[in-house]
Write a protein that binds this ligand. Sequence first.
Ligand code: AMP
Ligand code: MN
Ligand code: MN
Ligand code: MN
Length: 282
Amino acid sequence: MKADLHCHSWYSDGVLSPAEVVQLALANEVTHLAITDHDCTAGLSAASEESAASELTLIPGVEISCEWRGLEIHVVGLFINSSNEVLQALLASQQKIRRARMVAMNQKLEAMGVSGLMAYLDGLNCVALTRSHVANFLVQAGVSPSRPKAFKRYLRKEGRLFVAVQWCALAEAIAAIRSAGGIAVLAHPGRYPLNRKKLTLLIEDFHQAGGEALEASYPNIDPEMARYLEVQALQTGLMLSLGSDFHDPAAQWTDIGKVPPLSRRGSDQAVWHHPVWDYCQT
Ligand code: AMP
Ligand code: MN
Ligand code: MN
Ligand code: MN
């Protein structure tokens, strides 16, 4: 078994279509794949059609941006029923927040004498608009020489075009995933600007709110962090997940399926031991 339970298609800020994501997963010998676009499930039906006649097991997923004690946190939902109304209402609200953010960024850009962002965004396939799309626009419009520079100068929190947003609360994201029958997974816990004490508090709050798993392996994870997450899971009874967070085949440090395996001890608590896992494969 080779699982990748976190990746993106062009319905959020990935580069590939859902069918291409499935094909790449197959080429990389992934056996279990979750497509987890930011705040939308638009890619799931095409991915499901593409994988139907193949060996690949597709797990319906999503990645929700949310707020916890003033910080932006990402929660992945696995095995979600994408027709669930509570979940879709939340995702519609998040998509609306994302569009409003783009309108506000466009105003800032126009004040700088740069027009065309909204037309550029309207020409994309995507449903969940992200700063990543703005980065692409800034490069295409000649405002920035590269995506990293676009983030550094314009899009990060201190950047010229940054617009703060009020995402849904962590507990709301978890509740929506659960009402859609899914497993809520704390995405890339080592990527938040939190010391161990605060991260432990986040994990506690996440667990209390009904979260069921921690992502304990993803590209570039600090081995120390991976061990800490395993210990947290052992102590709290949370399960463990893993995923590449793949967006773009041109980014060589992430590829679908390219993610360090869980340790032997960690894999005893992996999400593939969750009752929903077997239930959904039959
Ligand atoms: P948003 O959810 O609209 O805030 O957009 C954030 C997305 O931009 C993330 O999901 C990443 O894929 C991407 N991103 C964030 N920071 C960077 C960065 N420094 N360089 C490149 N991509 C980034
Ligand atoms: Mn992204
Ligand atoms: Mn994320
Ligand atoms: Mn992601």
